[in-house]
Design a protein around this ligand. Sequence first.
Ligand code: GCU
Length: 604
Amino acid sequence: MLERSELADNALQALHDEDYDRPFNTQSLNADTLIFTRGRHGQSLDGDWNFCVDLLDTGLRQKWFAMLPEAPEDRIEPWDYDPYMGETVPVPSCWQMQKDKWYFFEGSAWYTRALTHTPSEGRRQILRVGAAQYDCKVFLNGEFLGNHYGGSTPFCVELTETLKPGRNWLMLCVNNTRTLDRVPMRNTDWFNYGGIYREVTLYDLPSTVIRDLFVRLDDDEIRVSAEVDGPVDLARFAIPELGVDVAMPLVDGKGEIAISATPELWSPETPKLYEVRLTAGEDEIRDRVGFRTIRREGTEILLNGRPIFLRGISVHEDDETLGKVTSDADIRRRFAHAKELGCNYLRLAHYPHHERAAEIADELGLMLWEEVPVYWAIDFANPATRRDAQNQLRELIRRDRNRASVIIWSVGNENPDTDARLDFMRGLADLAKSEDPTRLTSAACLVNHAKLRIEDRLAAHIDVIGLNEYYGWYEENFEELGVIGRNSAPDRPVVISETGADGDNTDQGPERGLFSLAYQDEVYRKQIATLRELDYIKGMSPWILYDFRVERRQGIFQRGWNRKGLIAADKETRKPAFYTLAAYYAERAAQDRDAAAATKGDQA
Ligand code: GCU
């Protein structure tokens, strides 16, 4: 593939063109190319794919994607990559967890597999990737089909026009390089896994395809909006259990109706879900939706009109063995531990978690904060970064806005209060409201240490002020927390989105002082004693449920892990602070039950 290039008389395309990737960074696969997939049955493409790392992007330079199978002895070109033979990895997986030689690999990697296709008149084939960290370029039979940015949101690509009868070759080039202009950018406090780490599915669909369905309670009506790709002007929407079966007129593929109904409300105590169905042309999708309202009034958060306190915990997607790959069992264990703590709420930090998390939370009655990874020093002045962040937010909202468990969309974490950041994140908060006016918006903000109070210009543009404070850990003067509490008078709810301390529970951990279990527990006791006095605080999600892997933590008590977990990385060993928080949440839950009973008594 050492084709001549137009750069110079003796130039070779593959060696002298440093603009080689521009044609493939289109970000053409995005929120607008998603299809709605719940209730569909697709062909799983999970399993072993051919794999090779490609640190210098030789694949894009030499156009490996255009190679077609040839027996080695028949080749006329010396290949630097063999898409059809060699090493394989399972999909989904993170390459760092497959072989030690790839543990710190950061760059491009190629995934290749065969795809057998039997043409059928009028049918469409659409591929969905659950997530690929970070940038994914899709090739089929040597043709570039599109590119997605964003390491934790799904994307779809239509294969219909490029598929041939019989065997086809599908290639995905995934690049996890951390750069200043990406979201997140190059510096984070979680491990930079790479790969296709969520499920890959191929859908065989009719000519008309339902791209989106959004079902929500809007005061005393059920409001339904849908987007359909195809020449139809009518859809039908049904909720069998409520006796709803109505027509939805479509104009340019879009429709919205309001249905008067009084469904049983979803709540942590009564997580009621209804099956909903939408048909358009020959396409049909289903979902299971809980109906509830969430809003703020002054400094109160109201679920179905009643004040609530969010007894939460923060979680990453991280596993000692699987890295960022999760499973129903892993998610159910995480939620079981949260319930054991006494939680009714979790902060899914710092990026969109697997969609099964919100689906299972719907069933179990847990409320969720979901977040896009606008984390720390993002390149806020860069239009390309803004486009990337906005698309990831839209993909998250379109993926999860039928999930009753999701009550808060968070647009970021611990960003500096600058003009560029304010403009960027106010834009995200406004976008979240336009995509979904039914939920609360938030962000994890920082304490204003200069003024010693809760003050961040973004607070005026979000519903709930998330506050990350680490008094007792990063901030040594613990008394300041009380000062900040008394100095602040926020006009909206505050949730302590992070607080905590490391505790090394291994036999290398210290008996006392920083990183000891005793000190971690002491920080929790002092935090709880202070925060419980501040009545505008309506929730907390301490950092964090489990110890998690991270490159930047190499101290003698960290050894590649952030050890602020209330449970160790084995996802079994509970630390003393786990029980301290659980005791507070038990007390808080009893207090809230009494308050609710008293209110009901007053209303009787
Ligand atoms: C920060 C940040 C987390 C990080 C934590 C810590 O607040 O939001 O991502 O892991 O503090 O330092 O442990």
